[in-house]
Design a protein. Sequence first.
Length: 192
Amino acid sequence: MLSFNVLDDLNEELEVLKKFIAQKDTKDLIEKAIEIMSDSIKNNGKIISAGNGGSMCDAMHFAEELTGRYRNDRPSYPAIAICDPSHLTCVGNDYGFDYAFSRFLQGMGFKGDVFLGISTSGNSKNIIECCKVCKEKGIKSVLLLGKDGGKLKDECDLPIIVPHFGFADRIQEVHTMIIHIMIRGIEDSLKA
């Protein structure tokens, strides 16, 4: 027998989603993110995504849907998640985990590219370091954040914040929905 009620979990997620939707700028921010990413691809740029733990899985999911396909058959779009274990362990060992993503971005990111960072706390140090690289290199930064956006809300070009202060899984579930909407929007913007 479970020690919790499944319907309580589903209703809690529904409340988190309602609170996110109720923010006055939710729709505009997601549409702006789609525009920034689509414009980058149209101009031969790429999207580089990163996150920690479950957010890394979301970053990978975002990239694979763009290079593979989402809903419709179309050309592959340039996207990559920072998830190579040899890179992450090399940089983690030599420089520290705070630089695991930013070192990749330094080497692979160029002006006109977009960085999609994901942090449920809004305070992930390795995502903060990526924002510094973005500013140095002229890379646009779009971040999916949780809670009140943390330190990262002021470090990026476009913060999209899921305002939930409970467990991170509820934030991640909304992040996944946002990712799917962004992918659908990119496909729609780039269709011939």
